[in-house]
Design a protein around this ligand. Structure first.
Ligand code: FES
Ligand SMILES: [Fe+2]
Length: 402
C-alpha cells in the first residue's frame, strides 16, 4: 500500500517530477526505425481506448505512433510532445513539437538537407536544436544564431530508435544481445500503446504468481502451467530476476531497470531445440500510457542459424497473442492512475515491494546527483550482455501455454 503522495512521487513522469528525473537517466525506444528491413510483427489488441483525443485500438495507436516511416512523426515520451524526423542527409533528430517562433507544430515540418523546417515560416532546426535558417529575416540578422530549440539525442539499435531525454552525457544503451548482438536473427515487434502507467506494467513483470491463474487456466499445457508457482526474487545492480518453480519446471525472467523485461522463449511445446530470447521494452509515454516494443532474438549455435521446421514461426507475436490480451485486461483495469492506497499486498507481492524500493532508491540517487541503478556507462565497446546468463526455462514456454 502506498499513500497517494508516495504513489504520485513514484509514478509521475513529466518534466520537473522526481520520478521523471530518475526515468530521464535512461534511454527508451520511441519507434521502429524506417531503416529496419528485417522481420517485423504486430501484436493485435482489439479493445478500445482513448489516446491523442481519439478512440481507437492499442494496435492502431501503436502502429501510428510507434513506427517511424520516414516522415516526421509526433511522439510523446515522458509526458513531452516531440517530433522525430530524418533529414535528407539521413540524420535523425528529435525536437520539441512546438516551433519556438509562433508555436506551429513541427509534426508537419519539412525535412531539409540538414534539419527540419517549420512549414509556417521555415525556421529550420537541426538534431542539436541549432537554428540553421530563418528565411523571412534579413540576411544580416543574427537572430537565428541566438535561437535554439529543444532537441534530444537519438540512436538506432536493434531496429529501434532510442531517445535520451536526460541532461549531461548519455549513458550506454544496455548492450543486451536481444537488440545489440550483430549475429543471429532479430524480429522487431510493435506491441502497441497501452492505456496504463509504466509502473503497473512493470509490476506485472515481477508478479509471476499471476501466470498460474491468469494464463494457466484453459491453456494447452494447463497440467503444468496452471500450477501456482513458488516464486522468489533475486536483485542485482541492474535489475530483478524473478524465479518461478512448478515441481521440476523452473523459469526465470529478468527485469533490467527500469522497464526492459528479458524472457526465455523456447519454441511451442518444446518441439524445436534452439535457443530463443526476447525483450519487452516499455516506454513511458505519459502518466496514463505506455508504448511497448518486443524484440525476439534467435542466436546462432556453433555459427549456424536454424532451419525452422514447417509450421514454426520465428516471431513470438502470434504465439503470445492470448497471453497479452489477458495481461492487457488485468493491467489496464487496475485504473488510470492506479490507486495504490487501497491495495492489500500479500506474501506473493514481495517482488512488487522490492521493485518499488528500487525505484525509490533510484529517485534518491538522482536527487543526490548520482547515477541510479541500471545506468550503464563503462562497458567496453563490443561487450554484450547475454540473455542466457539472465533467463532460463526448464520445461515449457509461455507460448506452449497457449
Ligand atoms: S511558427 Fe514556425 S517558423 Fe513561424
Ligand atoms: Fe502475464
Amino acid at each position: 500500500m502506498l499513500s497517494t503522495q508516495d504513489n504520485d512521487r513514484l509514478t509521475k513522469v513529466g518534466p520537473g517530477t522526481e520520478c521523471g528525473a530518475w526515468l530521464r537517466s535512461f534511454w527508451f525506444p520511441i519507434a521502429i526505425s524506417d531503416l529496419w528491413d528485417g522481420p517485423q510483427a504486430q501484436l493485435q489488441l482489439p479493445d478500445l481506448m482513448k489516446y491523442d483525443d481519439r478512440v481507437g485500438t492499442p494496435t492502431e495507436f501503436g502502429e501510428q505512433f510507434g513506427t517511424f516511416k520516414g516522415d516526421p512523426l509526433k511522439v510523446r515520451v515522458l509526458g513531452e510532445d516531440l517530433v522525430l524526423y530524418r533529414d535528407l542527409s539521413g540524420v535523425l533528430g528529435l525536437v520539441g513539437i512546438s516551433c519556438p517562433h509562433r508555436s506551429s507544430s513541427l509534426e508537419y515540418g519539412r525535412p531539409r538537407e540538414h534539419g527540419l523546417a517549420c512549414p509556417y515560416h521555415g525556421w529550420t532546426f537541426n538534431e542539436t536544436g541549432r537554428c540553421l535558417a530563418m528565411p523571412g529575416e534579413p540576411p544580416t540578422s543574427g537572430f537565428k544564431d541566438k535561437m535554439t530549440h529543444l532537441a534530444y539525442p537519438v540512436e538506432e539499435r536493434g531496429g529501434l530508435i532510442w531517445a535520451y531525454l536526460g541532461e549531461g552525457k548519455p549513458p550506454q544503451i544496455p548492450p543486451i544481445d536481444v537488440f545489440a548482438a550483430e549475429d543471429g536473427i532479430r524480429i522487431v515487434e510493435n506491441f502497441c500503446i497501452w492505456p496504463a502507467h509504466w509502473l503497473q506494467v512493470v509490476e506485472n513483470s515481477v508478479d509471476q504468481v499471476h501466470t498460474g491463474i491468469l494464463h494457466g487456466e484453459g491453456s494447452s499445457r494447463a497440467d503444468v502451467w496452471s500450477q501456482i508457482p513458488d516464486v522468489d526474487w533475486d536483485e542485482d545492480a541492474d535489475g530483478i530476476q524473478t524465479i518461478q518453480i512448478r515441481g521440476d519446471y523452473g523459469r526465470t525472467n529478468y527485469l533490467h531497470f527500469p522497464t526492459i523485461i528479458l524472457l526465455n522463449q523456447p519454441w511451442p511445446g518444446g518441439k524445436f531445440n534452439w535457443p530463443r530470447y526476447s525483450a519487452i521494452i516499455r516506454t513511458p509515454v505519459d502518466d496514463f500510457h505506455t508504448l511497448f516494443f518486443h524484440v525476439t532474438y534467435v542466436p546462432p549455435v556453433n555459427g549456424k542459424l536454424p532451419d525452422l521446421p514447417e509450421g514454426m514461426e520465428l516471431e513470438a507475436a502470434d504465439q503470445v497473442q492470448t497471453l497479452f490480451i489477458q495481461d492487457y485486461r488485468a493491467i489496464v483495469t487496475q485504473g488510470a492512475p492506479v490507486d495504490r492506497s487501497i491495495e492489500r499486498l500479500g506474501t506473493t507481492d514481495r517482488g512488487v515491494i522490492m521493485l518499488r524500493k528500487k525505484v525509490e532508491r533510484g529517485i534518491e540517487a538522482v536527487k543526490q546527483g548520482k547515477d541510479p541503478e541500471g545506468v550503464i556507462r563503462n562497458l567496453p565497446d563490443g561487450h554484450i550482455i547475454s540473455s542466457s546468463d539472465k533467463v532460463t526455462d526448464g520445461l515449457m514456454s509461455p507460448a506452449a501455454a497457449e
